[in-house]
Design a protein around this ligand. Structure first.
Ligand SMILES: Cc1cc2nc3c(=O)[nH]c(=O)nc-3n(C[C@H](O)[C@H](O)[C@H](O)COP(=O)(O)O)c2cc1C
Length: 496
């Protein structure tokens, strides 16, 4: 059973000692972001800011962040105890991602408590942080679910796409036409000569960003998958000015239109991205014009500090370590590849690197794994480097992975395979800017690499090596280990 809304989630975090209310006055301009970074570094609690400079009174006075900023809290959000192991959490998410409980539309809900229409719309009435001093502006959409509808099938999509306050009622956004599902909708509306209706949902069930921030397959509505996670249909209400539906108990919804008309583009960026770099340049981008805002009474603004650095994993990284592993594993299962034992995404790379543990059935299996992942549109921002190891290597351990890479991988024997110039992330700082030009190329270009650290089946089995293809390791014989273990105290080593 999921959480009904953001308020229930905040109350639960409070009860579990996972929330800190900040009642000292803080500045939305850089200070909230710097506090959030320090709390991530210290593996601290979720934060509810209740006294924000310039927002002590008015339309919106509170900001919540960090709810999914630790693995313990992600486990809580998914209904697991804190000590749940990676495989169980990933297995649960794999299963739920495949289930659907269709959403229902209800007449009204708390999100309609207050309705704001032009000319009263002003996004500056919300305590939107400038999270980082190098960012181009105040990012209102960092953890919002951006809802659009496929004009052909009428299926809705919810995705997290960043958006920065432009003017009072405009929001330039990073809209990638290739790969991303709202981008595919955008192309269809443009072909019809129509602007795309958009609704941005801020603050609801904590599972919403877990689904919106990850590639649930095209044609599947995230609200229906939300139903599977919640164990009952998501209750939606119709928007006021666009043909879209949003959760009845969301905190804030911004409605509007985006046209594929460069004359309407406004400058967006740079943004502190998940790579840990502020790598983008200010660029004219598709811009949403707001037509309506609806919100609950005393709404709570929800945002996240994006960007992971060694020692401070963002909310997105924590989510990605589970969700991007689950999505990769489901892709490999759907491709019919045998022997997948574990898929691990270390939070530090958000899934840019993915580690797959297999029982090796045949020599070409690692290449098949890489090909399946790279052929999936879910690889738009992820799976640049695929590491494959065998089942005696625990891929959650960097030490074990490193050992396998050192002695099982041979670049001259196809241990490293480069797939150049394939679609990929436009925000990877190691990619030259010209290969990140989405206006020119539609999406970024990546050179993807497979690191095959499995033992090579081209090596003949040798009798000297007990009929194996690879030499034995330096581990003592099991009977020698057992005898030493028995005599350990007698040897005077009992305290070692
Ligand atoms: C904080 C955050 C910001 C993101 N910003 C963007 C963005 O600006 N543009 C984009 O295409 N994807 C962005 N993403 C990644 C998408 O949410 C992700 O690729 C997701 O799969 C998109 O939904 P879709 O698969 O339904 O298109 C962001 C994710 C997070 C968590």
């Amino acid at each position: 059973m999921g959480f009904m809304d953001l308020r229930e989630w905040i109350a639960r975090l409070d009860k579990e000692g996972e929330l800190r209310r900040i009642t000292a006055e803080v500045d939305w301009d850089r200070e909230i972001g710097a506090i959030a970074r320090r709390v991530l570094e210290k593996k601290g609690p979720a934060l509810l800011f209740e006294a924000i400079k310039g927002y002590r009174t008015g339309r919106c006075t509170k900001l919540f962040t960090g709810g999914l900023g630790s693995r313990d809290r992600l486990a809580l959000a998914l209904g697991f105890p804190r000590d749940v192991v990676n495989r169980d959490l990933v297995g649960y998410v794999m299963q739920k991602n495949r289930e659907r409980i269709p959403a229902v539309t209800v007449r009204t809900g708390p999100v309609k408590d207050v309705i704001v229409r032009p000319p009263d719309i002003d996004q500056h009435e919300f305590p939107v942080p400038r999270w980082h001093y190098r960012e181009g502006g105040r990012y209102i959409h960092t953890f919002s679910a951006i809802v659009t509808r496929d004009p052909d099938t009428r299926v809705m999509n919810a995705g997290i796409y960043r958006g920065m306050i432009g003017q009072r009622d405009t929001t330039p956004m990073l809209l990638i036409k290739g790969g991303q599902h709202w981008g595919q909708h955008f192309v269809k509306y443009a072909a019809r000569g129509e602007p795309m209706p958009v609704a941005c949902v801020i603050g609801w069930d904590p599972v919403m960003p877990l689904l919106a921030g990850s590639p649930i397959p095209a044609g599947v509505c995230e609200w229906d998958v939300m139903g599977a996670y919640r164990g009952e249909p998501a209750e939606l209400v119709r928007c006021e000015t666009v043909d879209l539906e949003v959760p009845a108990t969301a905190e804030i919804v911004l409605e509007g239109l985006i046209a594929d008309d460069p004359a309407t583009y406004e400058t967006e960026g740079p943004f502190g991205e998940f790579t840990g770099y502020v790598s983008d340049l200010p660029t004219p981008r598709p811009t949403m014009t707001l037509t309506c805002i609806t919100h609950r009474r005393d709404p709570i603004f929800r945002g996240c500090l994006e960007g992971t650095l060694p020692g401070s994993a963002s909310e997105n990284s924590v989510m990605s370590s589970v969700q991007r592993a689950a999505i990769a594993w489901n892709i490999l299962v759907a491709a019919g590849i045998p022997g997948i034992r574990d898929v691990v995404v270390h939070p530090i790379t958000n899934g840019t690197n993915v580690c797959v543990q297999i029982t090796k059935h045949y020599q070409g299996q690692p290449k098949q794994i890489a090909a399946a992942l790279w052929g999936a549109s879910a690889a738009q921002f992820r799976y640049k480097h695929v590491f494959v190891v065998e089942d005696d290597i625990d891929v959650s351990s960097y030490e074990q992975l490193d050992w396998a890479l050192a002695y099982r991988m041979n670049a001259g024997e196809d241990g490293i395979v480069v797939f150049p110039g394939i679609f990929g992330s436009p925000i990877d700082p190691s990619t030259p800017l010209e290969d990140r030009d989405i206006r020119q190329l539609g999406t970024g270009l990546w050179n993807r690499v497979l690191f095959d650290a499995t033992r090579n089946w081209k090596f003949p089995r040798r009798p000297e090596w007990d009929g194996e293809r690879f030499p034995p390791t330096v581990r003592p014989a099991p009977e020698d280990e057992a005898r030493v273990s028995e005599r350990w105290s007698e040897l005077g080593l009992g305290d070692v």
